[in-house]
Design a protein around this ligand. Structure first.
Ligand code: NAD
Length: 258
């Protein structure tokens, strides 16, 4: 397709999972994409697969200076910035009870999931406000839409992304900058596996299996979601078909929260 022809995008956390699916779909639609990620090996591999359509830059979104350099890289190498996808996120330790939450985890999760999104939005908006607008896509989660017991820090961080996105959308509309949220349901990626690194492998596997079974029961559509399912929605937000949408939250969850 050529839905994003001539557009330049930045995708944070684009080395794997939902992010790499977005990078590949954006490039397939004619965009040029700068991939920012901590993981240099996998990030560079994604860029290689995309040929001239993408390049990789090592970035920690928890550090606003590195994020600024990432945005600058898009402007210098590809001549602008039309689409900013603030996708990098971490689950933190998936404590099942607030009684076991710890504050080191809280700071890590908030600095990547919330500060990373806020700084990414602000830096992109500074460029876009002077160059005719753009589309900013922030990754929330069904965990940020719906309350539930356990995994409180992650849920709180993803709820913050929604409220921040709506407020930014109102303020930035005057510059023709649209800001929207994607709220995926649970999609098998590394995210869950990483959450379980503090557990024994047996316990992690038991928990992953239990969560997937529970999710399968609660989801009306009879199959698990894929990163490509989320990437489709990202293309929609990125391109002009969604030109009258801003401050919205699109759940991509097979009907789980319906
Ligand atoms: P993932 O763990 O598979 O990939 C995340 C990527 O982000 C990795 O490449 C990782 O290296 C990178 N990253 C992590 N911290 C970073 C940092 N500080 N700076 C730069 N890059 C960093 O995760 P995913 O499942 O693809 O999730 C992507 C986004 O979607 C996250 O924001 C996540 O919270 C959200 N989300 C995922 C799901 C799901 O079920 N997979 C559901 C809802 C929301």
């Amino acid at each position: 397709g050529n839905e994003l022809a001539g557009k330049v995008a930045v995708v944070t956390g684009g080395a794997t999972g939902l992010g790499s699916a977005m990078v590949e779909r954006f490039v397939a639609e004619g965009a040029r994409v700068v991939v920012g990620d901590l993981d240099a090996e996998r990030g560079a591999a994604v860029a290689r697969r995309c040929g001239a359509g993408a390049l990789f830059r090592a970035t920690d979104v928890g550090d606003p200076e590195q994020l600024a350099a990432l945005v600058e890289c898009a402007v210098e190498r590809f001549g602008g910035l039309d689409i900013m996808c603030n996708n990098a996120g971490i689950s933190g330790t998936m404590h099942r009870s607030i009684l076991h939450d710890d504050f080191a985890d809280f700071h890590r999760v908030m600095s990547v999931n919330v500060l990373g999104v806020m700084a990414g939005t602000r830096l992109a908006a500074r460029h876009m406000s002077e160059h005719g607008g753009g589309s900013i896509i922030n990754l929330s989660s069904v965990g940020g839409v719906q309350a539930g017991g356990g995994v409180m820090t992650y849920r709180a961080s993803k709820a913050a992304v929604i409220h921040f996105t709506k407020s930014a959308a109102i303020e930035l509309a005057q510059y023709d900058i649209r800001v929207n949220c994607l709220a995926p349901g649970n999609i098998p990626t590394d995210l869950l596996a990483k959450a379980s690194t503090t557990m024994s492998p047996e316990k992690a596997e038991r928990m992953t299996r239990a969560m997937r079974e529970m999710m399968n029961q609660d989801r009306p559509l009879p199959r698990e979601g894929t990163p490509e399912d989320v990437a489709e929605a990202a293309v929609y937000f990125a391109g002009d078909r969604s030109r009258y949408l801003t401050g919205t939250v699109l759940t991509v969850d097979g009907g789980t929260t319906a």
